[in-house]
Design a protein around this ligand. Structure first.
Ligand SMILES: Cc1ncc(COP(=O)(O)O)c(C=O)c1O
Length: 400
């Protein structure tokens, strides 16, 4: 009998974490490396949020909290959903967990039985399939090609639904592509879901506030109110408030689902950090004036990166609507030879030779379920991005 569980052999390590670590190791050896692999804003948490956390510590808010979160935070979440999304979730219909990732994990753990299917549009955030598998479910992928700007189309979605489908996970704006659904595009998806009343919707709205130009963010239960009873609307403070390390995610949903998630969480973490929860109250209720600043910086960087990557020989980089990622195709580089003499057979070879030759760390598309592409996170300074894109251009130009 082995010591480690069988479940462990069914999941893969996160490619993003592996590559970020490889870049760190190379840097530690003295190599000049620019890491574009990590998915977190380079901005600091706004001061008013930090001050709220410090004040909470001083007040002695340092004990266990109710499992689903402190009442002031659940009230702030309820107000946020109403104000920004037009959704009515009572505070009791919300739950706070240790990051958005934990919210999703709890929802799946509370609902999946062996063999239940979860539809995941590909390319996807690396953690979705692994969480589904860990909870005993079966991921069902639907390819969303570059031709359709990496967005799920109604017909392939309809074909993927079976009597065993329990959930579909939607993520707009998307990690890894930055693609976001307009109201009409989202309606086309919700129209399909309306025909299949047994399918639940888990919407990951983590990048809600990071959209550019005049793009209007929408969430499924807002576009199709008839889906409200079978939608879990998940969000968090990690990306929009530069709070990745505080570990706060939350969701609103039907009462019986939230109760089930509370039940799971009660035997798991007993709720997340009290101090972070008080900081999140300030994030949601306090001034939002950092957001235009974040958005402006990200939009400038997106434009810079898309333009420079499209000037690299053989790369094609669509312009995404949101998040802080681009997902260029490196199809034309496949089959060519890198300066090291290695023939590039996959997008993984492409990113690994790019790191070797030019010290730029990116993540290969096949780890997100659709390639040959690679993901660049542009949540870093303009100077570093310009330097990195010049190196990518040089690398692409050197392929023979
Ligand atoms: C699409 C998406 N959902 C959820 C998360 C997780 O957020 P958190 O750090 O709050 O767990 C991430 C983080 O990378 C993400 O990209």
């Amino acid at each position: 009998m082995g010591f480690l569980s069988d479940a462990l052999s069914r999941i893969k390590p996160s490619a993003t974490i592996v590559i970020t670590q490889k870049a760190r190791d190379l840097k530690a050896q003295g190599r000049d490396v620019i890491s574009l692999s990590v998915g977190e804003p380079d901005f600091d948490t706004p001061d008013n949020i930090k001050e709220a956390a410090i004040a909470a510590i001083r007040r002695g808010e340092t004990k266990y909290t109710p499992v689903s979160g402190i009442v002031p935070l659940r009230e702030a979440i309820s107000r946020k959903f109403k104000r920004e999304n037009g959704l009515d979730y009572k505070p009791s219909q919300t739950i706070v967990s240790t990051g958005g990732k934990h919210v999703i994990y709890n929802a799946l753990l509370a609902t999946l039985n062996p063999g239940d299917e979860v539809i995941i549009p590909a390319p996807y955030w690396v953690s979705y399939p692994e969480m589904v598998v860990l909870c005993g479910g079966k991921p069902v992928f639907v390819d969303c090609t570059m031709e359709h700007n990496f967005k799920l189309q109604p017909e392939p979605l309809e074909r993927a639904i079976t009597p065993k489908t329990k959930w579909i996970i939607l993520n707009s704006p998307s990690n890894p592509t930055g693609a976001a659904y307009s109201r009409a595009e989202m309606k086309a998806i919700t129209d399909v879901l309306m025909r299949h009343p047994h399918v639940w919707v888990l919407t990951d709205d983590m990048y809600e506030h990071l959209t550019y130009g005049d793009f209007e963010f929408v969430t499924p239960a807002q576009v199709e109110p008839n889906l409200y009873e079978r939608t879990l609307t998940m969000n968090g403070v990690s990306k929009a408030y530069a709070m990745t390390g505080w570990r706060i995610g939350y969701a609103g949903g039907p009462q019986h689902l939230i109760n089930a998630m509370d039940f799971v969480q009660g035997q798991q973490t007993s709720g997340t950090s009290a101090i972070s929860q008080w900081a999140a109250v300030e994030a949601l209720d306090g001034p939002q004036d950092h957001l235009p600043r974040f958005r402006k910086a990200f939009e400038e960087r997106r434009d810079l990166v898309v333009s420079m990557l499209n000037q690299a020989k053989g790369l094609k980089c669509p312009m995404p609507e949101g998040a802080f990622y681009v997902y260029p195709s490196c199809a034309e580089a496949i089959g060519k030879t890198a300066p090291s003499g290695k023939v590039l057979e996959t997008d993984e070879d492409f990113v690994s030779e790019l790191l070797e030759a030019e010290g730029v760390a990116a993540v290969h598309g096949s780890s997100f379920g659709l390639g040959p592409n690679f993901r660049i996170s542009y949540a870093t300074s303009n100077a570093a991005l310009e330097d990195a894109c010049n190196r990518i251009q040089r690398f692409c130009g050197s392929l023979r």
